[in-house]
Ligand binder design. Structure first.
Ligand SMILES: C[S@@+](CC[C@H](N)C(=O)[O-])C[C@H]1O[C@@H](n2cnc3c(N)ncnc32)[C@H](O)[C@@H]1O
Length: 371
């Protein structure tokens, strides 16, 4: 079993993304999840998981319990070690320095040498306390498709406070290079570009990986396509505006250059961008594996020839025709439009960007018509 250290402010969303790199993901404490198996190459490309470690065991979030766990846990490794501890969100008050020292000396007693600079193995010790909240996860009304905060029967048990210390041998870390792709630093920038972290998570959830093809039918500056391409997917984009098509090509050329070594270790995907209408895509049925897009926000994006509602409804229908799965980001829910377009709502998340801006992330699975 593996320990996942989650990042960002919404554990439910982070756990949803982690499913693209792991099986049996379940949250165990604020900022922490466990998984049955992980794909280390895919973990390197996750936005909201920082690390995956081979779980040694878990106990309560205090140093004494952690010590007992480490003294008794079976260890099948040898060589040099370093212990790295974290107190998630400062929730436990455990001194990470002391934890590293004390757990390190237990490992020395068990025959290891300590090498802080270049250890053969890193032992992660994660301490976390607090309620396992639903986070920004939303549920949809069966009839109307309206979204509301995930609640109900599960909520009481989810809100119970938990206290966890998890120990594990570091197995894979995600590459934290998102700062290099801040929208304003890209060769082509326009307001409304996707934040690279959110875009990466959306791409991963939509199925971006080597061998898959991901479409953004309203690609704008190509923020979603760049992130999908960096984890190895081939990417296809369309946009109604020629300026955006040219700009997206500039960004993709820059970030998906096949000659540049890839930080995640996978070859960058190929790409193509053309001018096109997202409501009438020049693609065959099932042409791609997944769609990722952020719908125009009405005020920012130029909407060519469509009312916003018709545009979104049309784009959702087309997306369903060409792909079995889509991740849509928007400034409002659009859940009933998605349902009307034949999508099932697999999950929905609310992400507060700042006080007056909330983004909705809808994870959509094609619903087959009932016969
Ligand atoms: C919110 S922006 C997308 C931003 C993009 N994800 C990025 O990272 O830059 C929406 C885009 O939809 C495009 N658009 C509007 N109507 C369209 C249509 N009918 N077909 C295709 N693209 C359209 C706009 O030109 C705009 O670039």
């Amino acid at each position: 079993m593996y320990l996942l250290e989650l990042g960002g402010e919404d554990d439910a969303f982070a756990a949803r993304e982690a499913i693209s790199a792991a099986t049996g993901v379940r949250r165990i404490a604020p900022g922490l999840a466990v998984a049955n198996a992980v794909n280390p190459e895919r973990v390197r490309g996750l936005a909201y998981t920082h690390r995956a470690s081979d779980l040694l065991g878990r106990t309560d979030a205090d140093l004494e319990s952690a010590r007992v766990l480490l003294e008794t846990a079976p260890i099948d490794r040898e060589g040099s070690v370093a212990v790295r501890a974290t107190d998630v969100h400062g929730s436990t008050g455990v001194s990470t320095e002391r934890a590293e020292r004390e757990l390190g000396s237990i490992l020395v007693n068990r025959g290891f040498t300590v090498d802080l600079d270049d250890p053969d193995h890193v032992l992660r010790a994660a301490f976390s306390e607090g309620p396992l909240e639903g986070g920004g996860e939303l549920e949809a009304d069966e009839e109307t498709g309206d979204l509301f905060a995930a609640a109900g029967a599960e909520k009481d048990s989810l809100e119970e406070s938990v206290s966890v210390c998890a120990l594990g041998w570091l197995a894979a870390e995600s590459v934290r290079d998102f700062g290099d792709r801040a929208p304003t630093d890209k060769p082509f920038f326009q307001p409304g570009s996707m934040d690279p972290l959110l875009a990466r998570a959306a791409a991963n959830i939509a199925g971006a990986r080597p061998g898959a093809t991901i479409l953004d039918p309203m690609c704008g500056t190509g923020g979603g396509l760049v992130e999908a391409g960096l984890v190895g997917a081939d990417v296809v984009g369309t946009d109604a505006q020629e300026k955006m098509v040219r700009g997206a090509r500039e960004n993709l050329e820059h970030f998906l250059d096949p000659e540049t070594p890839s930080p995640t270790g996978v070859a960058r995907g190929g790409w193509a961008v053309a001018r096109g209408d997202g409501t009438r895509l020049p693609l065959a049925e099932d042409a791609v594996d997944g769609v990722v897009f952020d719908a125009p926000y009405g005020r920012q994006s130029k909407i060519e020839t469509h009312r916003l509602e018709d545009l979104v409804a049309g784009a959702l229908e087309e997306a369903r025709r060409v792909a079995p799965r889509a991740v849509m980001i928007a400034d409002r829910s659009w859940a009933s439009e998605a349902r009307n377009a034949g999508w099932g709502l697999e999950a929905a998340f609310e992400r507060r960007v700042h006080r007056s801006l909330t983004r909705y992330v809808l994870v959509l699975e094609r619903r087959e018509p009932s016969t």
